[in-house]
Design a protein around this ligand. Structure first.
Ligand code: ZN
Ligand code: ZN
Length: 288
């Protein structure tokens, strides 16, 4: 059986529609359920059929149906492990659904950094899980004979409560980098001794990268101090990347804020696609 990855959500933590927002993206999503977007998450099916979830968003019930549907299966998916990149709300607010009040699982393997596990224990959210602390930059199989490895890659991201990682998924043929959140490129690249995004992705031997595309540009949130919610903008990432050329990895932007014009197919979307890059979508499927 092939190892596959399904994209289960592409929105920033607040999802689309976003609480308290009447912007056109949010109002359109209230009117048309097809335009709703779940917070980021990925599901990986191992070569033995085991199922591994990255991030537990509040859209968990819908995402488990979407995952099964993407595999042409009836019913819903049930994960055999959960991995978390960090403790910001959109990435963990579905975690409680594994507990007594909803699914009532026990001893479900959960992988995260020492600091993430400590913080989640402090919030008394780890009861349904058997937790394992990851070692950064060291590959491990989330279950025996699943046929792929996860590698947690540290990235700087206003780490108020705990640290943040990107997750590299190494399948038998292809590797995907899942990088939903980081503060800015200079810090991330410096942390890994790389000069450019390309150099960094090449050093990780990445074939497909799902990267932080929270905001299109710096003026996107009038009335909010964007230095308090740092993310590299997509326009900056495009400037650093230039056009895609042969041998470059595929890059798909994800973790889109409700305000991001890339949620619709307008001039920004066209510009990005013309440069050879993509915008990730729910149900997007990769064979690894
Ligand atoms: Zn986030
Ligand atoms: Zn909005």
């Amino acid at each position: 059986m092939a190892v596959t990855l399904t994209v289960l959500g592409i929105a920033q933590d607040g999802g689309v529609p976003h609480a308290g927002c009447e912007c056109s993206n949010c109002m359109d999503a209230h009117d048309n359920p097809m335009l709703r977007r779940h917070p980021v998450a990925c599901g990986i099916v191992g070569s033995d059929g085991s199922m591994h979830l990255i991030e537990a968003s509040r859209a968990l019930p819908d995402q488990m149906r979407l995952w099964a549907d993407s595999l042409d299966r009836q019913g819903v998916a049930r994960p055999d492990s959960v991995s978390l990149t960090h403790v910001h709300i959109g990435h963990i607010d579905g975690i409680g659904q594994f507990g007594k009040e909803v699914m009532g699982v026990s001893e479900l393997p959960l992988f995260a950094s020492r600091l993430v596990i400590a913080e989640m224990e402090k919030r008394e959210m780890m009861m349904p899980f058997s937790t394992s602390e990851i070692t950064t930059m060291q590959g491990f199989e989330p279950s025996k004979s699943c046929g792929f490895e996860l590698v947690f890659v540290p990235v700087p991201h206003r780490d108020e409560f705990a640290d943040t990682h990107a997750i590299l998924i190494r399948g038998p043929d292809k590797s995907v980098l899942f990088l939903p959140d980081h503060d800015e490129w200079d810090g991330t690249l410096a942390m890994h001794g790389a000069e450019t995004i390309r150099e960094w992705l090449f050093s990780l031997e990445v074939d497909i990268a799902l990267i932080d595309g929270s905001f299109w540009g710096p003026e996107e949130l009038p009335g909010r101090d964007m230095s308090q919610i740092p993310h590299p903008t997509v326009s900056e990432s495009l400037m650093r990347l230039g056009k895609r050329s042969e041998g470059d990895p595929e890059i798909h932007f994800t973790h889109l804020n409700h305000s991001n014009p890339l949620l619709k197919q307008g001039s920004e979307y066209d510009e990005l696609v013309k440069m050879g890059w993509g915008v990730s979508w729910q149900g997007q499927h990769f064979s690894l």
